[in-house]
Each structure stands twice: as C-alpha cells, then as structure tokens.
Design a protein around this ligand. Structure first.
Ligand code: MN
Length: 334
C-alpha cells in the first residue's frame, strides 16, 4: 500500500488560509482529553482575537475534571439539528488532536461533506486523507505545542486565556512533564505560559486532584486485578462494565489508569482493556523499547510510539484479553 498524498503545510501557510476564512469550526476526538480541549480553548481565543466567528463542536461532551475550561468558551456537543447547517456553511473546519475522519463518528459525514477547508492540526502518527491541509507534527509533545508554534509564527499576543489552554494540553499530554517528548523546549514554553498568568498548582489540582471518591474505588478494583505475563514484562489491567456499575463510575474515570501498569519493575509494555457498551477499548503503553503504535494499528487503532489505543467491536472481553496478551508475547520471540 502506498502512502496517500497529503498536503502538508507549515505555520505560515496555515495562518494564510485562516486569514482568508471567517466562519471557523473547531472539533476534536471522542472522549476528549486535556490536549484536545486545551488546544480548542487556545485556538478559540487565538481565532476570535483575529476577529473570526468560532464555534467548537465535539462528538462527546467534556469530562468533569476539565469543565473549568467552560467559562469563556462554549463547548457544544454534536447535534445534527443544530450543527449540520453550521458545518455546511463553515469556511474552515479545524480537526485538533486526531487524524482519522471516522473518529468524528456521526459528525464525520457533515464535516467531510462540507465545502469548508479542512485543516488537521495534530501530533499522532499516520494521518488519513480527509483534510485539505495538514499541520501534522508527530514529534510534538502535544497538539497544544503545535498551536503554540502557530501563535509564535503569527507573532500573535499570548493572552492569559491562550496560555491557559496551551498549558492544559502541554501538561496533560506529557503526563505532567515526564513522558518522552518532554523536551527542554516544552519546559521553555511552559515557563512562558507561567509568565503569562498560568497557575500550575491550581490547574493541576482541578484536573488531577479533585476526583470524587468513587473513582478511587474503581481504581482500587482495577489495580487489585492487575495481571503479569512473560516474566513481568507485560501487565494487563481490565475494567468491566460491572466495575463501573458497582462503583458508580463511567469510562471517563479510567483516563490515565493505564499508566499504573507501567509503574512496576521490569515491565516493558502494558494494556488497559475497558469494556464498553458496544465492544472494548484498549489503551497501550510502552516504557520505551517497543512501539505500541504498530500494535494498536493491528487492532485498528493508532497513536504514538509509546502511547496508543484501539477500539474493538468484539463484545467478549476474554477473547480481547487473549489477543492482546498473545500479541505482546510476540514482542519477546525474536
Ligand atoms: Mn494530544
């Protein structure tokens, strides 16, 4: 299979495209995380600062711990009655923090059928052909870092609001400044954001230290069931719908839980398998030696080298679990 020809653009070209467009819709992936919502937040303020009419329309609502972003920005959840027309009439649609059209689910038809200029701003591997312009930077720590670069390239003012959005994306996608793309540059950007009014303790508390008790109860259940395989080089965490029911939690509450699977001596790769209403979601993480992006790809997903994910229609958790363990086992056969 030959790679599809995509139009990759630099910051200047993207800014020139945006300068010519007035009605702009921002969107992101399902189960939006801090990078998704923070990047939208920063882009929203940057574009309204340029005099644009901007709306944010996402396929899923925002998780509770990120709702503090909801003050100056209105995050709308996709509703065809309200938004089909909006997408059809938009001059530009910006896809932030994802690169597959089908991730927009029901919204995909309206977004990809629109005459609007579609721009992808993203840092995941292997972008798919559905947009007119790609600002795709796979070695960026976060989409928020790319948004920051765009702002710099345009010599635009770094307002307190824009700084907040970028910081939320930068901090969450680097696992609070510890994952592999936490470069000196990321810290330099963070320093600038702090100089522009960001309060790191306040933001960290709101996002990570303000969970309801039932989330911790769920975490306890998940950790109690952790499995080790292949002499401890693999760990598997499983979350069932029964656990959600017992603890009064939802799939939102397993965000970041996968990282516990890597926090054990000797582990190379881990997976968190979450039972959904209509299948399973798998989150893969690697400590560094193996790429989990390729593995996620084999399960129909993707992501980054050390953090990736996939969604399966298979309703049988046992089959999914065995497939994942079997696939991990092949890593150690060479
Ligand atoms: Mn991201």
């Amino acid at each position: 299979m030959t790679a599809p020809q995509l139009h990759h653009a630099g910051n200047e070209e993207v800014l020139a495209i945006l300068a010519e467009r007035q009605r702009i819709v921002l969107t992101t992936h399902p189960n939006p995380d801090g990078d998704a919502l923070g990047s939208e937040y920063a882009m929203y303020h940057m574009l309204t600062g340029m005099g644009k009419e901007v709306r944010i329309v996402n396929i899923d609502p925002m998780p509770e711990n990120l709702r503090f972003l909801n003050g100056t920005v209105d995050y709308e959840t996709w509703n065809p009655v309200e938004h089909e027309e909006l997408l059809a009439r938009a001059d530009a649609i910006i896809a932030l923090d994802f690169n597959h059209c089908d991730r927009m689910r029901e919204m995909g038809d309206a977004a990809c059928g629109s005459t609007a200029h579609r721009i992808v701003i993203d840092h995941h591997l292997e972008p798919q052909p559905f947009a007119d312009t790609y600002l795709s930077v796979p070695n960026a720590s976060s989409t928020a870092e790319i948004v920051y670069d765009l702002l710099e390239a345009g010599a635009m003012e770094l307002t307190r609001e824009i700084a907040l959005g970028i910081y939320v994306g930068l901090m969450t996608d680097t696992g609070s400044f510890r994952f592999d793309r936490t470069t000196p540059r990321v810290h330099r950007i963070a320093a600038r954001l702090l100089e522009h009014g960001v309060d790191p303790l306040d933001i960290h508390r709101k996002i990570f230290d303000d969970y309801p008790m039932n989330r911790t109860a769920l975490l306890g259940r998940v950790l109690a069931g952790i499995e080790q395989h292949f002499d401890g080089r693999v760990t598997i965490l499983s979350v069932t719908r029964q656990m959600f029911e017992d603890t009064g939690t939802t799939v939102e509450d397993v965000e970041n839980v996968v990282n516990y699977g890597l926090g054990i001596r000797g582990v190379e790769v881990t997976a968190l398998i979450t039972e959904l209403e209509d299948g399973h979601k798998i989150s893969f993480r690697s400590r560094g030696k193996f790429s989990v992006n390729d593995i996620a790809g084999e399960f129909g997903g993707g992501g980054h080298r050390l953090a990736a994910g996939a969604r399966l229609d298979d309703p049988d958790g046992e089959t999914v679990r065995e497939k994942v363990i079997g696939r991990f086992g092949r890593l150690f056969q060479q």
